[in-house]
Design a protein around this ligand. Sequence first.
Ligand code: IPE
Ligand code: IPE
Ligand code: MG
Length: 243
Amino acid sequence: MTQERCIPSHVAIIMDGNGRWAQQRSQLRAIGHRAGLKTVRKIVAYAAELKVKVLTLYAFSSENWKRPSSEVSALISLFIYALNREVKSLNKNNVRLNIIGDISRFSDHLQNMIIHAQNLTKHNSGLVLNIAANYGGRWDILQSAKKITMQVTDGKITLDDITEDRFSSTMCMSEFPEVDLVIRTGGEYRISNFLLWQIAYSELYFTNTLWPDFNQTLFDEAIDAFNARERRFGGIHNKEHSC
Ligand code: IPE
Ligand code: IPE
Ligand code: MG
């Protein structure tokens, strides 16, 4: 199966379970997030090796601000640390880094780092790595609706021009292939305001493994499960399984 299997073009991952991983070891939740960053490194490298075109990682949701401020600070510090440390090597490995989410809530320093990282890597032709930071699926739909409304009020388009395709074009990640596979680690069976519009026909895969314990073998298992699915997109049984 491994040789013939088709590799999804776009994989999105809800990286859940860092806190529980740490708590199981009587450690601070921040230690779990650090362990989670190690998994990110491994999975990014493996996704690039497999020739996944786009990998989208949910790093911080628009609701994660509800956590104690010490944990929010630890997560933001880790994000800054990771950007500082990883961007050069991502660039060397031809990875294009893209941050999705409402970055205006971050400090000017972090916003500048994000802009710099995106500019540095924007011409890379390898893996596209989207990091969802202060991202919410509902926020994404709203920001798209606002852009479209502006186009109408500016007289550039009329109401009848608002098709699904046009709406999609102002959603995050519109320039990339559709999300084929969503993986959620950590044993919860929910979307937690991750991609909403974009996952209308994605395959969903849930695993109990906590994110710091996720690895290449488990990623392979998710891809094998994806290969065993029959995607019908509302049509009928189709034996031709194309990627
Ligand atoms: C996911 O791990 C990482 C973020 C949400 C930033 P959690 O911190 O949610 O870990 P659990 O779900 O509490 O174990
Ligand atoms: C989803 O995990 C967000 C990220 C992985 C960044 P949460 O831990 O925030 O989700 P809930 O609260 O269990 O739904
Ligand atoms: Mg969680």
